[in-house]
Design a protein around this ligand. Structure first.
Ligand code: PRT
Ligand code: ZN
Length: 299
């Protein structure tokens, strides 16, 4: 446990697939950091919030034991930690507080192209190489399959060729690695993306800063798809036109100088605005259509 509880500490992956996305997300939240000499610790310059840069596998335990207050990590890593540490009471208290929309992948069981099982029962007696033994064991137990997880820390996909296992259970995003090793997906056991995790309850004196960070994050995550739409519309077509604006809540209606029949409509659309939507709006009588990016939003 730390003594300096006024500053919030976030654990991030030091160097890997999630690092750039995580740093850029915090940057878009307006949080500036100064790196320490060892590059493991970054001091928050404009908020009482610091970063600890570590291996992704260590992030759930740092959050669970209070070394860090928040962590950005793949669900695959958090779920593996939870299942592998059922006796650690604090591990139960890690909660996913926000899904972050990057780091998408799935944990799949894959088999050699020329030896693809047809049913789960056919996995009985097989050895399955994986870096996620707890998630795999949980899946096998839930489905009553008597196969053996074989732990390997990396290059899981070559295990069948090396004779170390019959199948693999590994993360997949594009599927290219499996294909290059003459493997194909058999079953998905977990869909994953990067999330923010937090230990419950929040540590003393940190709740306000955590709340501020999460509120800024919500703003950043919301504006990703959001657009500010402006258009002119005939007054009598307003009900139809406002209905056509994707994901818009209560548009602002502004009178147009010297023109009683037409009004200006301003709305924040929280879903993608496609060209087709603009064409449909135009057919419904809209003109002077403008779609602008939204940079920041505070709900
Ligand atoms: O050093 P450290 O322990 O921090 O990093 P790491 O090597 O354990 O993790 P890293 O950086 O590879 O991945 C971090 C996180 O990114 C993972 O925990 C996942 O949540 C997420 N992620 C998203 C992925 C992938 N996509 C992914 N494709 N993690 C790994 N892969 C690997 C997979 O293991 C396989 O080897 O990429 C290969 C498959 O990719 P495709 O595109 O060929 O299917
Ligand atoms: Zn790792």
């Amino acid at each position: 446990m730390r003594s300096n509880k006024q500053r919030v500490r976030i654990a991030l992956q030091k160097s890997g697939r999630l690092t750039d996305y995580s740093l850029s997300l915090l940057d878009r939240c307006g949080i500036r950091f100064a790196k320490s000499k060892d590059q493991l610790f970054c001091y928050g310059e404009n908020m009482p919030l610091d970063l600890l840069l570590v291996r992704d596998d260590d992030i759930p335990s740092y959050v669970a034991d209070g070394t860090c207050d928040l962590g950005i990590v793949g669900q695959n890593v958090t779920e593996e930690y939870r299942l592998a540490n059922p006796d650690i009471a604090t591990a139960q208290a890690i909660t996913h507080v926000r899904s972050l929309g990057f780091g998408h992948c799935r944990l799949v069981i894959a088999a050699p192209d020329d030896d693809m099982p047809e049913t789960l029962e056919q996995l009985g007696g097989k050895r399955i190489a994986t870096s996620y033994p707890a998630l795999l064991a949980d899946f096998l137990a839930t489905n009553g399959v008597d196969a053996t997880p074989v732990y390997v820390s990396g290059s899981v996909e070559i295990s069948p060729k090396l004779g170390k296992a019959d199948l693999v259970c590994d993360l997949v995003s594009t599927g290219k690695t499996l294909a290059a090793n003459q493997l194909a997906e058999f079953r998905t056991i977990l869909e994953s993306e990067a999330t923010i995790i937090q230990a419950e309850p929040a540590s003393n004196g940190c709740a306000d800063t955590i709340q501020r960070v999460l509120q800024r994050l919500d703003g950043v995550l919301q504006v990703r798809e959001s657009k500010y739409v402006m258009l002119h519309a005939p007054r009598d077509a307003l009900p139809k036109i406002t209905q056509m604006l994707p994901g818009a809540e209560s548009p602002t209606i502004v009178p147009l100088d010297g023109c009683d029949e037409r009004v200006a409509v301003h709305a924040v659309c929280r879903e993608t605005v496609f060209w087709e939507t603009l064409e449909q709006l135009k057919s419904a009588g809209a003109s002077s259509l403008l779609v602008l990016p939204v940079e920041k939003m505070l709900p």
